[in-house]
Design a protein around this ligand. Structure first.
Ligand code: FAD
Length: 438
């Protein structure tokens, strides 16, 4: 039986290696950290969450909730760790980031079928005899990027991703801040910093005029809407933030019951509830400017920043030209890609594509036909999208219900409609599993 090689022990690579190993195949897993770090990772742990600690919506009426449920049904390691390290976050599934990645690291490193090599892969050709999964992420090292570029024969696209700052709870002024979840959902999980009109307008002025970090030559200013820097969003108009991350609706102040003019929300970032991230505040501001401007937020006057917001490059291949829906390369079927580098966007989307690549790498190693997951499932829909999207200006995609086939009859109620699509997806996955595996 052939061996498999996986490059990168991030969200996708850890899941892929696990899926292969669980099927009795030997895996060589290459991870360059901590010898070579990326600009966003801070630890040597596998599956490190580089920005938010939220894995987004939990309920299956939301497409990312459905994707997570499908992953559970497919015995995902990432979902086992996520469920075990959950922290309160209203309707979202958020995790203690350290506990989450430590659990994944331990499971992968201790798996009898996985051998971890702590080195940077610079040349793919060395591994081409194996079944190979490339899961080196949006911050793939430059030499490997070059090698991938040669293999795919396509040009890369670059754009910015952004990380939000994290502050300590003890540095916050809790006289001004109140606990609540939007519309009372969840258990008062968020810390809310209310602003009156005057405070908001001063903040907006300073935010739009603050100094940003220099843009590197190779990075083009293409912002992916899901991760737009807060200052860029603010520049679109004085009220844009009040209709976006600073929306006050459903967040009335319990003291007096009034709705503030705007609200900045902070979300718990660790189990101990000592650290909080500023929701939606991905930013490209210089660090001293972040301190100056974000301390204008009521309650954050003395905030201690344990991590500032940063912005990074994202690297992804032109999947519609390069990949099949099985995540195998069209030109080299023994090579599969997984994770953000395929043009999926997000932690869970990356891990789910690692699951599909791992499943198919195992099948290739066993001499079996690789599988395409049903179009009615979130997995199948996402894999189809990235490999079959219009190729002109291909851009990364989060999972969403728009990617799945519509129901046969029209349902007006959105929640009910999404629930029915989710039921159909899970039924389709159950049938699929019965047909293909133990
Ligand atoms: P990664 O998790 O980055 O894993 C790739 C691994 O490959 C890394 O461990 C890296 O060290 C290793 N590697 C790279 N090159 C080599 C090499 N040559 N040899 C060996 N190993 C190598 N998504 C969200 O859902 N929410 C967010 O808040 C969010 N914020 C983000 C913030 C930033 C700054 C970035 C860059 C991305 C963010 N994303 C976010 C997008 C994306 O979901 C994550 O980047 C996710 O980690 C991608 O998973 P992955 O497995 O593809 O890559």
């Amino acid at each position: 039986m052939a061996k498999a090689t996986v490059i990168g022990a991030g969200l996708a690579g850890s899941e892929a290696a696990w899926q292969v190993a669980q099927r009795g195949i030997q895996v060589d897993l290459y991870e360059m950290r901590p010898k070579v770090m990326t600009p966003a990772h801070h630890t040597e742990n596998f599956a490190e969450l580089v920005c938010s600690n939220s894995l987004r919506a939990a309920a299956v009426e939301n497409a990312v909730g459905l994707l997570k449920e499908e992953m559970r049904q497919l015995n995902s390691l990432v979902m086992q760790a996520a469920d075990a390290t959950r922290v309160p976050a209203g309707g979202a599934l958020a995790v203690d980031r350290d506990a989450f990645s430590r659990q994944i690291t331990d499971a992968v490193k201790n798996h009898p079928n996985i051998t971890v090599f702590n080195e940077e892969v610079t040349e793919l050709a060395r591994h081409q005899a194996d079944v190979l999964v490339v899961a080196s992420g949006p911050l793939t090292s430059p030499q490997l990027s070059e090698s991938i570029k040669k293999l795919t024969g396509t040009d890369y696209l670059y754009f910015y991703d952004a990380a939000a700052p994290i502050v300590t709870l003890e540095s916050l002024d809790m006289e001004k801040i109140y606990r609540a979840s939007r519309y009372g959902k969840g258990d008062e999980d968020y810390l809310n910093c209310p602003m009156n009109r005057e405070e908001y307008e001063v903040f907006w002025q300073e935010l739009t005029q603050a100094e940003t970090a220099a843009i590197k030559e190779f990075e083009k200013a293409i912002f992916f809407e899901g991760c737009m820097p807060v200052e860029e969003m603010a520049r679109r108009g004085i009220d844009t933030l009040r209709y976006g991350p600073l929306k006050p609706v459903g967040l009335e102040n319990p003291a007096g019951g009034e709705r503030p003019y705007a609200v900045v929300q902070l979300r718990q970032d660790n189990f101990a509830a000592t650290l909080f991230n500023i929701v939606g505040f991905q930013t490209h501001l210089k660090w001293p400017e972040q301190q100056r401007v974000f301390r204008l937020i009521p309650g954050l006057e003395q905030a201690e920043f344990v991590r500032y917001g940063v912005m990074h490059r994202n690297t992804f291949i032109d999947s519609p030209n390069v990949l099949q829906p099985t995540l195998q390369m069209k030109k080299h079927p023994a090579i599969l890609f997984a994770g953000q580098i395929t043009g999926v966007e997000g932690y869970i989307e990356s891990a789910s594509s690692g699951l599909v690549a791992g499943l198919n790498a195992a099948r290739l190693a066993m001499g079996a036909e690789p599988l395409v997951l049903p179009a009615e499932t979130a997995h199948g829909a996402l894999c189809r999208y990235i490999t079959q999207a219009a190729t002109k200006n291909f851009q990364p995609m989060n999972v969403n219900f728009g990617l799945l086939p519509p129901l046969e009859r029209k349902i007006r109620d959105k929640k009910m409609k999404n629930g029915m699509i989710a039921d159909r997806a899970l039924e389709s996955l159950r049938e699929f599993k019965e047909n293909f595996e133990n």
